[in-house]
Design a protein around this ligand. Structure first.
Ligand code: GLY
Ligand code: MN
Ligand code: MN
Length: 440
């Protein structure tokens, strides 16, 4: 399953239709990064670049030149090189960029300094995400300055720089049918991995052993990389929001929080489940868990076209604050506690984020001063949590060190929503049932 060539072409066409007349858009690829001597980090293409090209090689630059007679879609990329390809793998080369990736024109990246200024010349506006890559920013300025230096010979340098992110990221926020299929699949694979971890979990295992179960399931299903570093935190490690050491031994009586999602064809999933290491929730763990689950459900109920971005968050804050008051972890009137944000001692993050090619995906959360209104095709996570710090002396000892988060991925549909990651059990009863069955 891949995004089709036609879809990449459609995206470029849509973007070009939104550019002001006589402009050029410039989008660089990601670069390879050294991890340690002679070893690079696994290469991951820049999401904006991939969204518009489907081209996964480093050292590439995309130009969109609406109206250009000799072709509007230009790619610079690495030349073919039998010796380099023998060592490091296949390259499409400019020929492949045209034949297989639909470029109208393609050139070796080594010729960009000679060719690009000529393509800039006469274009009034440059769309470019300034400020993201220092080195590339300097190159863009260098190319513009080459034309500026030739004004006395009649050259026309661009007069305006415009932010490309705004247009492009708004497009990425609305998922197409093919993107939704891909994200559902990433969600299903990730859900299976969480089930596998629940089934494998036993007191005395190390956190990294559960991480290994998760990774095995991802890779086996064609998702070799995670969308972010997996979080496997048992006991008080569950209270560290982005704990990724995953080194400790998991103890009988503790909860373990797993936040892990795979990346499939550049699309992310993002799921969190929290469950008892020994398969059975204690009274206190269950009480906090059920508040978080109620909060998540209340938030999901608010997801539909016409409601705004902050409604799910507001819903989680209400349920969590009331729940903490009922259990005696917060004292006072629910409304007043919400007003002074007392819940933030236990619930210090937002209810979720946009999800897509990036786990914390692009797209504005506000339009002007107003929260964004939800529309069909947007995808977000809903991930409330309660984390009782082990050092919180304001609450009874029995609550301390318990961390719970529950996270699912939710698509806004025409008349409501679709939670496409709920193949992993999340009620106390269903989790205990699954774990009892696998222990037997
Ligand atoms: N795993 C990162 C997040 O849930 O936002
Ligand atoms: Mn997550
Ligand atoms: Mn998330």
């Amino acid at each position: 399953m891949k995004i089709s060539k036609q879809e990449f072409a459609r995206r470029r066409k849509n973007l070009m239709a939104q550019l002001e007349p006589n402009s050029i858009a410039i989008v660089p690829s990601s670069r390879e990064k050294v991890r340690n001597r002679d070893v690079d980090y696994p290469f991951r293409q820049d999401s904006d670049f991939f969204y518009l090209t489907g081209f996964a090689e480093p050292d590439s630059v995309l130009l969109l030149l609406p109206g250009r007679k000799h072709g509007q879609y230009v790619l610079f990329c690495r030349d073919r090189d039998p010796e380099m390809e023998l060592w490091n793998g296949y390259r499409a080369g400019p020929e492949g960029a045209c034949a297989d990736f639909g470029a109208d024109d393609a050139f070796p990246i080594t010729d960009i300094d000679e060719i690009l200024p000529g393509l800039l010349e006469g274009r009034e506006r440059v769309y470019y995400a300034m400020g993201r890559h220092d080195e590339f920013d300097r190159k863009v300025m260098k190319w513009v300055n080459i034309i500026r230096s030739k004004v006395r010979s009649g050259a026309h340098p661009p007069g305006e720089f415009l932010d490309l992110d705004h247009l492009l990221h708004d497009m990425r926020l609305y998922k197409s049918a093919a993107e939704i299929r891909m994200m559902r699949k990433a969600g299903k694979i990730s859900a299976t991995a969480h089930v596998r971890a629940m089934q494998a979990c036993k007191p005395g295992m190390a956190e990294y052993q559960l991480e290994a179960e998760i990774q095995h399931e991802f890779a086996k299903n064609g998702a070799r990389y995670t969308a972010y570093s997996s979080i496997v935190g048992a006991g008080i490690n569950g209270c560290i929001l982005h704990y990724t050491e995953n080194q400790d031994v998991m103890k009988d009586g503790d909860l373990v929080l797993i936040d892990a999602g795979c990346e499939l064809e550049h699309y992310a999933a993002d799921i969190t489940r929290t469950f008892p290491v020994n398969g059975k929730f204690s009274k206190e763990q269950k009480a906090l868990y059920e508040i978080v689950l109620d909060a998540q459900r209340a938030a999901i109920r608010t997801i539909k076209p016409g409601n705004h971005w902050n409604q799910p968050h507001d819903a989680t804050v209400k349920v969590i604050t009331k729940g903490l008051v009922d259990l005696g972890l917060l004292k006072g009137q629910v409304n007043k506690l919400i007003e002074r944000e007392a819940y933030k001692d236990f619930y210090m993050h937002r209810a979720g984020h946009w999800l897509g090619m990036d786990v914390h995906d692009v797209g504005d959360y506000k339009v002007g001063d107003e929260w964004r209104v939800m529309e069909e095709g947007m995808v977000m996570t809903i991930e409330p949590g309660i984390y009782v710090s082990p050092d919180n002396t304001k609450v009874a000892k029995k609550w301390r060190g318990i961390g719970v988060r529950i996270e699912d991925d939710v698509l806004v549909t025409k008349d409501g929503n679709e939670v496409y990651t709920d193949d992993v059990p999340k009620t106390v009863k269903d989790i205990e049932k699954l774990m009892a069955k696998s222990a037997a």
